[in-house]
Design a protein around this ligand. Structure first.
Ligand code: G
Ligand code: G
Ligand code: MN
Ligand code: NA
Length: 256
């Protein structure tokens, strides 16, 4: 495939870029962390969404190199913010891991090496994985999570509520954060059942000491609804779209 060959050159030719989306306190709007989301500025096709090229990278094993680039660039940017923005720096940067990266035995070393290279404390890094990363081999997945926790980074389950989500699994995994998939948030005002489900996730996450982040918040009325259900944090276009680092900096300086 054409994109596959182009992807090989993308890193080398500096066509990849990380965008950042704020994760905020619903009460104050203050930014508590940012999620890094990759973009590919293709010389002929323009901006290509990761939804399109991440699956190709996974099929061709290029995901490992790509994932390392994301981790390095995220850490480099975080260190740069910490130096220049000081107290305005978000307390965490969240980085997406693909299933294949998560299954790679070298992951822990790569993460540790990268943190050392950029002098970033592990508590500032959160790694997001979806549940399909655990599906095939739960035992190895739990071990991988424990290894990552041991070096001090935070872990999040991404896109919770779709696919194979199970409440039971939450108790097994040493995760810090649960991100509720945006398809559930879109339903929250429409169906009582969904509101009840979100509320039970609030109770569950509080009891387990897990931070809960509803994703895909697009309207003020969803903020109100989620607050009523007991949510404290959120992410979505309503607060800010994924944006280049410079734009995020301006956003941080404007915050309450
Ligand atoms: O930002 P956007 O909605 O286009 O992202 C589409 C999908 O690509 C999402 O599922 C997101 O998790 C994934 N994605 C974005 N950036 C990265 C990345 O750096 N690494 C991996 N593995 N997935 C990413
Ligand atoms: O799978 P993951 O949660 O990592 O993917 C995040 C994706 O969701 C990104 O591609 C981002 O652009 C997208 N996104 C973030 N906020 C919103 C939102 O409010 N609405 C919609 N439709 N997509 C969003
Ligand atoms: Mn994510
Ligand atoms: Na998600």
């Amino acid at each position: 495939m054409m994109l596959e060959n182009d992807l090989r050159k993308a890193i080398e030719h500096k066509q990849l870029k990380l965008f950042y989306q704020p994760i905020v306190s619903l009460e104050s709007g203050a930014v508590c962390s940012v999620e890094a989301l990759i973009r590919w500025n293709h010389p002929r096709h323009g901006i290509i969404s990761p939804g399109e090229f991440i699956p190709i990278a996974e099929d061709t094993q290029q995901i490992i190199e790509l994932g390392e680039w994301v981790l390095r660039e995220g850490c480099r940017q975080y260190a740069d913010w910490a130096e220049r923005l000081e107290y305005q720096t978000p307390s965490m940067i969240s980085i997406n891991l693909s299933r294949k990266q998560f299954a790679c035995p070298l992951l822990v070393h790569t993460v540790q090496r990268t943190l050392e290279e950029f002098q970033v404390a592990p508590k500032h890094i959160q790694l997001e994985v979806t549940e399909d990363a655990f599906a095939s081999d739960i035992k190895s997945a739990i071990q991988a999570m424990k290894d990552l926790k041991a070096i001090g980074v935070k872990l999040a389950i991404d896109d919770f509520g779709i696919g194979r989500s199970s409440f039971a699994s939450l108790n097994q995994f040493p995760v810090d954060t649960l991100k509720i998939d945006r398809s559930l948030i879109a339903e929250v005002k429409r169906t009582k059942g969904m509101a009840a489900m979100i509320n039970s996730l609030v109770v569950l996450s509080e009891n387990l000491g897990i931070m809960l982040i509803p994703e895909g918040i697009e309207e003020a009325s969803q903020v109100t609804a989620l607050q009523k259900l007991g949510c404290h944090f959120g992410q979505g276009y309503y607060f800010g779209r994924p944006m280049p680092a410079e734009k995020l900096e301006a956003y941080l300086l404007k915050q309450p």
